[in-house]
Design a protein around this ligand. Sequence first.
Ligand code: BGC
Length: 259
Amino acid sequence: MATDSPADSVPARAFGVDVGGSGIKGGVVDLTTGELVGDRHKVLTPQPSTPEAVAGGIREVVDHFGWTGPVGITLPSVVSGGIVRTAANIDKGWIGTDPYDLLTRALGDRTFCVLNDADAAGMAEDAYGAGRDRSGLVILLTFGTGIGSAVLFHGNLVPNTELGHMEVGGKEAEHQASSKVKDDKEMSYEKWAGHVSTVLTAYENLFWPDLFIVGGGISRKADKWVPHLTTRTPVVPATLQNTAGIVGAAMAVTAGLRP
Ligand code: BGC
């Protein structure tokens, strides 16, 4: 495991940055515990959130800590073959961008990697959070403006699954069961849970997971809707809350992940 110190007794640490539509958050992660060392730091996502502008924000967050070691970075995007393929809630100018070229200019010769935000959250929840003591196939879903997904088998990530865009009953999953849909349509938790059940049932019929982990801001109110779900697969709320992306990003760079 990579470490920012040559001394074996010092816990391995890496830096994680979570880029979202409204904020760029980062912090130093202790990889032996999956916890942040000190506070996280947040800057507002520049508007428009062009690649160059966001790269500057990432640099600012890393520099805030004087960090010179490895950095993992999440984007609300599919990242495959070293290229950003989609852009949800960030400027469409990201599509087709080589983030390694872009961020080498901002971060210099630090080791870094770039991955999807839900994939990072899934890695963190699986290792340190709600999936910690569970094995087998785990699917994490983040409910927010859209639905993000991460699929892990015994801790190994299948990147870029994008289950929120799967058509369920003729409609994209995230267009019927994101928490934005609940807010926009002023649905009760119970009614919304019905839509979430429809989507989760479609997923479980294809993947046969051992566990669903549900994350995103609405997972803080899990007691209001998780009991209404009708899936055969157990569903548990995420536990790392707003650090999952940062922690997963730090794990990814330490693991040498490069989707
Ligand atoms: C995007 C995913 C992202 C998720 C959460 C979805 O709309 O397609 O790539 O992980 O939102 O940000």
